[in-house]
Design a protein around this ligand. Structure first.
Ligand SMILES: N[C@@H](CCC(=O)N[C@@H](CS)C(=O)NCC(=O)O)C(=O)O
Length: 242
C-alpha cells in the first residue's frame, strides 16, 4: 500500500479525475474515512486517495460534499459521502469481491442494529471518556463494550462476521484502534482484559491485512490529537507508514 499522499489545502487545484478509477477523499487520521479505506483495502478495490487538509479546505471541496467532511467517494460522475453509506456502497458495487456482509437478512439486520448502537453510544462515550477524566463516561463506555463482548460471545466466531472481519467489524474498528492513544482506560492502555471475548478480537483485528494498511502507531495518534484544530500543518507533519 502506497503511503498517504499530502493533504491538499486552500488554493490547491483539484487533481483531474481518471475515468473508471474510484477516488476517495480522505484525511489520514479520520476514523470515519478509515472505514472506507478498510473496505477498499479488504476488497482490494483499485482506487486513489486524495487527502484533504480539513482546516484549510480547498475551494472545490464544498462541491463534493455540502457537509464538507471526509470520507467521500467519487467515480464516473457519481459522488457518495457519509462513512457508513460510502462503505455500504463500495460493498454493493463489488458484492462478489471478498464479500463483507452476511447473506441472511436477519443477520444483516442484527449487524445494522449493532452499528446503530456503536454510533449512538460507543462513539460519543469514547470521545467523552478521553484521558479517563470523566468517570461517568468511562463507566458508560465499559458498559457499551460489555454489550459488544456479549454479542460476539453469542456469535461464537472469531469476528462479528465469522472467520474473518466483515462490514460490521470494519465499521466499529477505528474507535478501537484509537483506545490506547485516547487514554480512556489509562494512557497507552487497550480495552480492559475483563472483556474476555472483545479483547482477543482486538488482537485478531490488529493482525488483519486491511487493518494493518490503515493503522498508525499510538504515538502518531497522540501527536495528531495534540495539535488537531490548533495547527493546520499537523495533517502532514505527523509521518506514518500508511
Ligand atoms: N458522519 C460523518 C462524519 C465524518 C467526519 O466527522 N469527518 C471529519 C474528519 S474525522 C471531517 O471531515 N471534519 C471536517 C469538518 O467537519 O469540517 C461520516 O460518518 O462520514
Amino acid at each position: 500500500m502506497a503511503p498517504s499522499p499530502p493533504h491538499l489545502s486552500s488554493g490547491e487545484a483539484l487533481p483531474p479525475l481518471k475515468p473508471g478509477v474510484i477516488r476517495l477523499y480522505s484525511m489520514k487520521f479520520c476514523p470515519f474515512a478509515e472505514r472506507a479505506r478498510l473496505v477498499l483495502n479488504a476488497k482490494n478495490i483499485e482506487h486513489e486517495v486524495i487527502n484533504v487538509n480539513l482546516w484549510e479546505k480547498p475551494t472545490w471541496f464544498a462541491d463534493k460534499n455540502p457537509n464538507q467532511q471526509v470520507p467521500i467517494v467519487e467515480h464516473d460522475g457519481k459522488i457518495v459521502y457519509e462513512s457508513l453509506i460510502v462503505s455500504a456502497y463500495l460493498e454493493e458495487l463489488y458484492p462478489d469481491k471478498h464479500p463483507l456482509v452476511p447473506k441472511d437478512p436477519y443477520s444483516r439486520a442484527k449487524d445494522a442494529m449493532l452499528i446503530e448502537f456503536h454510533g449512538g453510544k460507543v462513539i460519543p462515550n469514547f470521545f467523552g471518556a478521553k484521558d479517563g477524566v470523566n468517570e461517568e463516561k468511562v463507566e458508560a463506555l465499559k458498559g457499551d463494550l460489555a454489550k459488544l463482548d456479549q454479542d460476539l460471545k453469542e456469535r461464537g466466531t472469531d469476528f462479528f462476521y465469522g472467520s474473518q472481519p466483515g462490514y460490521l467489524d470494519y465499521m466499529i474498528w477505528p474507535i478501537f484502534a484509537r483506545v490506547p492513544s485516547h487514554g480512556c482506560f489509562g494512557a497507552g492502555q487497550g480495552i480492559p482484559k475483563s472483556l474476555k471475548v472483545l479483547a482477543p478480537w482486538v488482537e485478531r483485528m490488529m493482525k488483519d491485512k486491511a487493518v494493518q494498511s490503515t493503522i498508525h502507531p499510538d504515538s502518531a495518534y497522540t501527536e495528531f490529537n495534540k495539535y488537531y484544530r490548533k495547527d493546520a500543518t499537523i495533517f502532514d507533519r505527523v509521518e506514518t507508514p500508511n
